[in-house]
Design a protein around this ligand. Structure first.
Ligand SMILES: O=c1nc[nH]c2c1ncn2[C@H]1C[C@H](O)[C@@H](COP(=O)(O)OP(=O)(O)OP(=O)(O)O)O1
Ligand SMILES: [Mg+2]
Length: 197
């Protein structure tokens, strides 16, 4: 079976990726599989594209192998696009999913339902030795709820209602999420390269 390295330390993303890559017959491993080898990569970019490129290129160079990275987050219109590229560290450096979504709920406490629009964004990068980097973006539009609901998923899933859904992303099964997610849409755009790797 083909194997691919995903340059991430986020276990929630990896669950998504395992489900997304399985139908392609590709087994994925992450930086969580060899934590002692890889120090944290500083995400110094101001866009998802820049940060995805930083992560993929750093790990591609280290292993001299093709690598995929994911930089993602949630943009909330009433917060002028925040937390955006700062989604992981919105409530502090410790990257606490619950603290992050609670901070968003607090900031939106006075914002009425019809003004709570936002979207998940995922940029996937493919870095290959001696090749130009490939970057593709997927987005999933939706609304921010008033409380955290649901047990599946990770990150901001419990407060995000995908457009047209009466359930939060964390109430959808992993299969349902993977059919509509920002990650799915970005992966669809890189699939032809993935198959050639
Ligand atoms: O499907 C998702 N469902 C819910 N929340 C999500 C999703 N996708 C990204 N998110 C949130 C989680 C984290 O707060 C941030 C990603 O930040 P991001 O820097 O890309 O990832 P990370 O630091 O957790 O792991 P890594 O950089 O090692 O891949 O956006
Ligand atoms: Mg990160």
């Amino acid at each position: 079976m083909k194997e691919l390295i995903i340059a991430t330390k986020n276990p929630g993303k990896m669950k998504d990726f395992k489900g997304l890559f399985e139908p392609l017959g590709i087994r994925v491993s992450s930086l969580l599989d060899f934590p002692e080898l890889v120090e944290d990569i500083e995400e110094t970019g101001s866009t998802f594209e820049e940060n995805a490129a930083i992560k993929a290129e750093a790990i591609c160079e280290k292993f001299n192998l093709p690598v995929i990275s994911d930089d993602s987050g949630i943009e909330i219109d009433a917060l002028n696009g925040a937390p955006g590229v700062y989604s992981a560290r919105y409530a502090g450096e410790e990257k606490d999913d619950l603290a992050n979504l609670q901070k968003v709920l607090n900031e939106l406490s006075d914002v009425p339902k019809e003004q709570r629009s936002g979207r998940f964004v995922c940029v996937l990068a493919i870095a290959q030795p001696d090749e130009k980097i490939i970057l593709k973006r997927g987005e999933c539009e939706g609304m921010i709820g008033f409380e955290a609901i649901g047990e599946y998923g990770f990150g901001y899933d419990p407060i995000f209602y995908p457009a047209g859904s009466s359930r939060t992303m964390a109430e959808l099964t992993p299969e349902e999420k993977n059919n509509i997610s920002h990650r799915r849409k970005a992966l669809d755009k890189i699939e032809k390269w993935v198959k050639e790797l």
